[in-house]
Write a protein that binds this ligand. Sequence first.
Ligand code: HEM
Ligand SMILES: *[C@@H]1O[C@H](CO)[C@@H](O)[C@H](O)[C@H]1NC(C)=O
Ligand SMILES: *[C@@H]1O[C@H](CO)[C@@H](O)[C@H](O)[C@H]1NC(C)=O
Ligand SMILES: *[C@@H]1O[C@H](CO)[C@@H](O)[C@H](O)[C@H]1NC(C)=O
Length: 474
Amino acid sequence: MNTYFTILLFLVPIFLLLSRTRRYSKRIPPGSLGIPLIGQSLGFLRALHNNTAEKWLEDRIRKYGPVSKLSILGKPTVFIHGQAANKFVFHNNSSILANQQPESFAKILGDRNLMEVSAPDHKRIREALVSFLKPESLKQYIGKADEEVRKHIEIYWKGKQTVTVLPVMKILTFDIICSLLFGFEQGKQRDQFLYSFQEMLNGFWAVPINLPFTQYNRGLRESVRAQKLVKELVHEKRVLLEKKGASPRQDLITFLVSMHDEDGKPVLTDKEIVQNVVLSLLGGYETSATVITFIIRQLANEPTVCAAVLQEQQEIAKSKASGESLTWEDLAKMKYTWRVVMETMRMFPPIFGGFRKALTDIEFDGYLIPKGWQIFWAAPMTHMDSSLFPEPSKFDPNRFEKQASVPPHSLIPFGGGPRMCPGNELARIETLVAIHYLVTRYEWKLCADNLFSRDPMLKPTQGLPIKVWPRELA
Ligand code: HEM
Ligand SMILES: *[C@@H]1O[C@H](CO)[C@@H](O)[C@H](O)[C@H]1NC(C)=O
Ligand SMILES: *[C@@H]1O[C@H](CO)[C@@H](O)[C@H](O)[C@H]1NC(C)=O
Ligand SMILES: *[C@@H]1O[C@H](CO)[C@@H](O)[C@H](O)[C@H]1NC(C)=O
């Protein structure tokens, strides 16, 4: 009797486990999880690197259908795509879906950064950032961006015959963000800071596959350094603010330091300020630089588009006195140029995709996504869908004029929903101001191959060297 009982005691859980997995495996999406830990990460990273990631995903879709499982960055993952999938990923209830980043992100950026926290902390921190980054508030910083672009052209473009666009644009967008958000002046401090951030970015992508280990360690080390620098700035700004020597709106740090709730308690802790300031800089400079770089590339490849942009920008330039800064109203007039920016981000989204995590068992499209699994979204899968964007491989800014509106949940370079990029308005200002001065003052042509890849950030393979000469004014 006793033996029977013991056997039963062992068998019941096994039976339950088996029936549970059987019930699961019926509805879990098709596909394979690959080799333990490594899964499909290497193949996917290689495809990103040799610029065949879209094809890599299309092959999956052909083989397994629209919803499939794979293993990426060491975790079981469900890949979904299309309009409904985007709606599901970006707009579902945050008690079902959490944000999910590769582990290296939290290690390098800290656990209080916006991408790691969930409601209600996410809402609180995000609202603080957005009240600085929203259009009505950014308006007053256009003059600063304008000044940085002109200064930058003097240093890196004037009198030059060739310019390698991407590295130079990274310096520009870095300087704009530093001056707008941190009230930072250029100089030695900038170079150290820029180095730290580049190493942090490199570090992100090193750890998921645990390969170039030293790269990850450099990222960690530089993150400590950058956070220390920002922490010192936080203290400096607080002292200035208390001495009433600073206006809260003079830069992002001062603004966040000055925020208090009704009870007079700080809205953000110092740790949260530091980590989110670092995140904004990190999330903002390389992405924006990439967009400007690819616009320059497209303008060289598409003479008619370039002529139309030039005409629009010259109209605006004519209305300005010499040396007068662009204004919010000027940016609003750049309608065609903005379509060029959107079309560039459609065809060349700087960020390929991202992850969410299922907090409970979730059903999507008839399949089960088990609790704890990752969900993987990829922007090009809707950007290059011919039912949403006819002739998707054609660079055609006018599609945004012809189509009464962009189909919902289909253009997602900034993501969407409550976690949509809060820096999109800043990116718009930087891009339009930079294009205005470059197009009206210079002409250029590409002087190397036209190839690009993702590592996993989008990049022209040689950084986009161009031949430049001053534009003769008609
Ligand atoms: C063209 C330039 C940019 C692109 C393409 C871009 C793209 C993105 C994407 C795809 C996300 C993830 C959305 C998601 O997971 O749903 C994101 C998040 C974020 N971006 Fe940007 N970004 C750009 C510029 C900026 C700038 C200038 C800033 C800084 C002010 C910034 C700060 C952030 C932050 C803080 C988040 C996290 C938001 C959250 O989790 O709530 N980005 N961005
Ligand atoms: C690119 O990477 C994919 C995925 O790893 C691989 O199948 C393909 O052969 C590679 N193509 C080239 C041209 O290297
Ligand atoms: C959110 O997820 C639930 C549960 O899977 C689903 O029924 C609902 O349609 C989803 N909502 C959106 C906006 O996709
Ligand atoms: C999300 O789900 C929670 C718990 O199920 C619920 O209390 C909340 O109202 C939902 N929020 C939205 C926006 O649907």
